[in-house]
Design a protein around this ligand. Structure first.
Ligand SMILES: *Cc1c(COP(=O)(O)O)cnc(C)c1O
Length: 582
């Protein structure tokens, strides 16, 4: 490359003093500095689900990112979340019996973001100019990079040029954006491997600014946390050497870093998980079970250990305000949403009378969420307090088994009909997943063939935050059936428990953080056995809502076991304790 080009695309980085900090810290044998407004906790994510701020995600990964920032704000943690602002958002609707994906343009100007400046990254022999925009929320901020042709979240296939472009832009562009704002990361948390290039940008900055390469690796490693959400490494995207030639190397200044990354290719292909492991000394999984079973190996072939930090949710976002006030007034939760030391003794205050009262408030929230949506038959649904509602709300992916309850529609009908109960399904099919589009349509055709189910099983398309909240507030029973071992954590069941719904679930993800006797468990040696137990549990759940004693007992038991797990403040505290040990 010629020096003219060089001048162009290397955004002038502020001269770093990280080198001095490093040697100073080595002397004191303590590498990690605590967070401050100038050295914030930085959180990197390709997906954010925060519609109030104009950013619509795809699922749990994005919801977690939004909740993590909200909890940091509540706790006064200096925190910067770095993410793309996608100029298009995806919606999924049913039209003429088909599932259709649609794009809608969005502008950051409508959501209170401030334009800061632009930064450049080199991509495919071009200079790509990215706008840096920012929105502040007390001690926290969202820093986003964007440009008109950035396209939508998860555009194209994983492993495609455009995905690599998006990931390189977030990493190198986002890192340059931090510098532009005068921020140095105290820690870089990588929310999955699509954010790897942020850590690479830091390594490159250190190594090309006077730090010995190996020390730069140590420094970067000690300040990078890789949070894994995927169970098997094989499932991860790969890129080719040729793609790196066009998108990655041109953004690197240090020859040593180029060489380092070049050595990580196997048969001219590179797995981002493999290099993310190499660049992070701190690694976490998102539930106790997941951290234990995630099967990852470093380049030397050694099994990678993950620290368990179970996901939590931002209580104020996901719990009905009336229920939050109850938790606080009863001294069950403190001001930041963490259970008090004696919370278990206070749970008897959540009696059946209150549970029913809050559910009737929740039903109004659900009706609000349903008012401008229709089910598969084009009907707008509104429910009364007497209606009984089961819900299954989660991405329509195979391992979550949305179709399991429909294996025996005769039996399902016999559970629902005596109580006049409804069953609501909500969840997006991953764009392009033809297997799951097919399963959804098949499920709906089974439902259409039965004259009871036809009017009592409802598929609501375009699953989003408002519907997730409405269902957790307003239904009676939530159903969660991942194949055991495949759910990393899951957070929608947390919303259900916190909003006083009964949970029927397999023992997987974060649910397995507590004992199997804490909720209405589904298990079995085969899928047939699991299905049988599911139907029994559904019958039990209907019975429980008929009995004040049972209802109170089951709801209190869930809260006793899971309030600490659910608490986002607990999650943030665990991250801080792990990253900044005293
Ligand atoms: C909470 C939430 C999720 C998380 O779903 P899980 O299946 O529990 O991981 C996904 N999408 C939306 C819109 C949510 O609100």
């Amino acid at each position: 490359m010629n020096s003219d080009e060089e001048k162009y695309y290397y955004h002038p980085l502020e001269n770093i003093e990280d080198v001095d900090i490093f040697y100073d810290a080595v002397e004191r044998n303590h590498l990690t500095k605590s967070v401050s407004p100038e050295r914030p906790y930085t959180y990197w994510t390709i997906e954010l689900y925060d519609q109030k701020n104009g950013i619509r995600g795809g699922g749990g990964l994005g919801v977690l990112a939004a909740d993590t920032r909200r909890v940091a704000e509540k706790m006064g943690v200096p925190f910067a979340l770095i993410t793309p602002f996608y100029p298009y958002e995806m919606h999924q609707v049913m039209r003429n019996g088909q599932v259709v994906d649609e794009q809608k343009p969005v502008s950051y100007k409508d959501f209170g973001f401030k334009y800061i400046d632009s930064v450049n990254v080199k991509c495919n022999n071009k200079l790509c100019k990215l706008d840096v925009i920012e929105k502040k929320f007390n001690s926290t901020r969202i820093i986003a990079i964007t440009e008109p042709n950035f396209r939508e979240l998860y555009a194209d296939m994983s492993g495609s040029d455009h995905r690599l472009y998006q990931e390189v832009s977030l990493g190198f562009g986002g890192y340059a954006a931090l510098k532009l704002l005068g921020l140095k990361p105290a820690i870089m948390q990588l929310n999955e491997v699509a954010t790897f290039f942020a850590a690479l940008a830091r390594l490159d900055e250190l190594a090309s600014n006077g730090m010995d390469f190996y020390e730069a690796v140590v420094y970067t490693r000690k300040h990078t946390l890789y949070t894994n959400h995927t169970l098997v490494q094989a499932a991860e995207a790969e890129f080719s050497r040729e793609q790196f030639d066009r998108y990655v190397y041109p953004n690197l200044k240090s020859l040593a870093v180029k060489k380092w990354i070049s050595d990580k290719f196997v048969n001219d292909r590179i797995k981002l998980s493999a290099v993310t492991i190499e660049i992070s000394e701190l690694r976490s999984g998102v539930s106790k079970l997941h951290a234990r079973v995630a099967n990852y190996h470093d380049v030397a072939g050694n099994r990678v250990k993950f620290r368990a930090v179970t996901n939590g949710i931002d209580m104020d976002t996901w719990v009905m305000p009336e229920v939050m006030r109850e938790y606080e007034a009863d001294d069950i939760l403190d001001a930041i949403g963490k259970p008090t030391p004696n919370y278990e003794q206070k749970l008897n205050l959540i009696n059946s009378e209150k549970i029913r009262e809050y559910k009737s408030i929740g039903r109004r929230i659900l009706n609000d969420a349903l008012r401008n949506r229709t089910d598969q038959n084009g009907r707008v649904l509104q429910f009364s307090d007497d209606d009984f509602i089961f819900d299954f709300k989660r991405r329509f992916v195979d391992y979550k088994r949305p179709d399991l309850p429909f294996r025996n529609t005769f039996r399902l009908r016999n559970i629902l009909e005596p109580r006049g109960a409804h069953y609501i399904i909500a969840g997006r099919v991953h764009a392009g997943d033809s297997t799951m589009y097919g399963k959804l349509l098949h499920l709906l055709s089974l439902v259409a063939q039965d004259d009871y189910l036809r009017n009592h099983v409802h598929y609501i398309s375009d699953y989003d935050e408002a519907l997730a909240f409405g269902l957790s507030a307003g239904s009676n029973v939530a159903i969660n059936l991942p194949i055991v071992g495949l759910e990393a954590c899951g957070t929608s069941w947390m919303k259900d428990i916190a909003n006083l719904n009964l949970l029927i679930s397999t023992h997987d993800g974060g649910v397995a953080d507590a004992s199997i006797n804490s909720y209405l468990n589904v298990s079995g040696a085969s899928e047939e056995e699991e299905l049988d137990m599911l139907y029994q549990r559904m019958e039990e759940a209907v019975q429980a809502w008929n009995s004040d004693f049972d209802l109170e007992y089951l709801i209190q038991r869930q809260l006793a076991a899971y309030l600490p797990v659910i608490s986002g403040a607990r999650m943030m505290q665990e991250y801080l304790d792990y990253l900044f040990p005293v």
